[in-house]
Write a protein that binds this ligand. Structure first.
Ligand SMILES: NC(=O)c1ccc[n+]([C@@H]2O[C@H](COP(=O)([O-])OP(=O)(O)OC[C@H]3O[C@@H](n4cnc5c(N)ncnc54)[C@H](OP(=O)(O)O)[C@@H]3O)[C@@H](O)[C@H]2O)c1
Length: 274
């Protein structure tokens, strides 16, 4: 199936207030799209006030995020959703307002809920592209997905890689669940680039990151590469596209454990979605 997202339309970018999300917002505004971004802080984009909207919401609170997204659906019909908001897991376990491990909810679960709300509120037959920003480390994640990681087992790298694997798998999951012809769903692995991703890390990490940042790729370059990927004619739903050339397949089979995981996630988000 081919896709074209070069027509002018409306893009929702989660985490559009800094780093890659902010660059993506500018990229799509420059191309003529209307952009709605989510984030906790307030930003303005000079020269684009007529085509840029900000939804202020914290993904660590599902009820408030659901309310904000449902309200946005009353005002907007989206052509593209970019699941970009994310954090690098903090050194010590932190729970959300809803009692989940913080990275799991912010990077993945709230996105699943947001995507479901938008899909269910989209006009029937309207083309929709969902693209999730994952990370190279999704490949390191343990394949036995779990909704409630055991506290004593907490490790930041495990929590982060697992949240990104869940997000990558979400694309295949949603695409299978909603097999409509105009519905596309892919992931994008940006590699590493400079941003504010270190925000929940210890001071020594933040200082090291600031020293390394000038030598890292810019978020702007990654945003342009993402734009090129979205315009490919040969996109395969469920695949993870890398910032370099080529694509990788999501490395988890349809096991019973994975099916149970999706059922549990559906049960959690359903009260907020409906
Ligand atoms: N930087 C890298 O090297 C790298 C590598 C691989 C993947 N990635 C992925 O790229 C994506 C973008 O990250 P970035 O590097 O551009 O980092 P960033 O500059 O820290 O941007 C993260 C965005 O997520 C939003 N966000 C964070 N916590 C949130 C919360 N609790 N609720 C709502 N929004 C929240 C932030 O908005 P507010 O602060 O306004 O809430 C911000 O707009 C992330 O998914 C990250 O995992 C980054």
């Amino acid at each position: 199936m081919t896709s074209s997202v070069s027509g002018i339309g409306k893009v929702l970018i989660t985490g559009g207030t800094s780093g890659l999300g902010l660059r993506l917002a500018k990229h799509f505004l420059e191309k003529g799209y209307d952009v709605v971004a989510t984030g906790r802080k307030t930003i303005t984009l000079n020269g684009y006030s007529a085509r840029f909207n900000l939804i202020r919401t914290d993904f660590s609170n599902m009820a408030r995020t659901a309310e904000a997204i449902k309200k946005a659906c009353e005002d907007h019909q989206f052509n593209i959703i970019i699941n970009n908001a994310g954090i690098l897991s903090p050194p010590d376990i932190k729970l959300t307002d809803d009692g989940f491990e913080y990275t799991f909810q912010v990077n993945f679960l709230s996105h699943l809920m947001l995507n479901e709300i938008i899909i269910r509120n989209s006009e029937p037959g309207r083309p929709l592209m969902i693209a999730s920003i994952v990370s190279p480390v999704y490949r390191l994640a343990e394949k036995n997905l779990a909704v409630y990681p055991i506290k004593s087992d907490y490790s930041p790298i495990k929590a982060y890689s697992s949240s990104k694997l869940c997000l990558a798998l979400m694309c295949s999951y949603l695409h299978t669940k909603y097999p409509e012809p105009g519905f596309r769903c892919i992931s994008f692995d940006p590699g590493t680039f400079s941003s504010e991703i270190y925000r929940m890390q210890k001071e020594w990490f933040r200082q090291l990151y600031r020293i390394a940042a000038p030598f890292m790729r810019s978020a702007g370059k990654v945003a342009s590469r993402f734009g090129e990927v979205l315009n490919r004619e040969d996109l395969v739903d469920g695949a993870v596209y890398r910032s370099g050339k080529g694509k990788g397949r999501v490395p988890v089979a349809e096991t019973n454990a994975v099916r149970i995981f999706w059922k549990e996630c559906e049960k959690i988000i359903e009260p907020y979605v409906s």
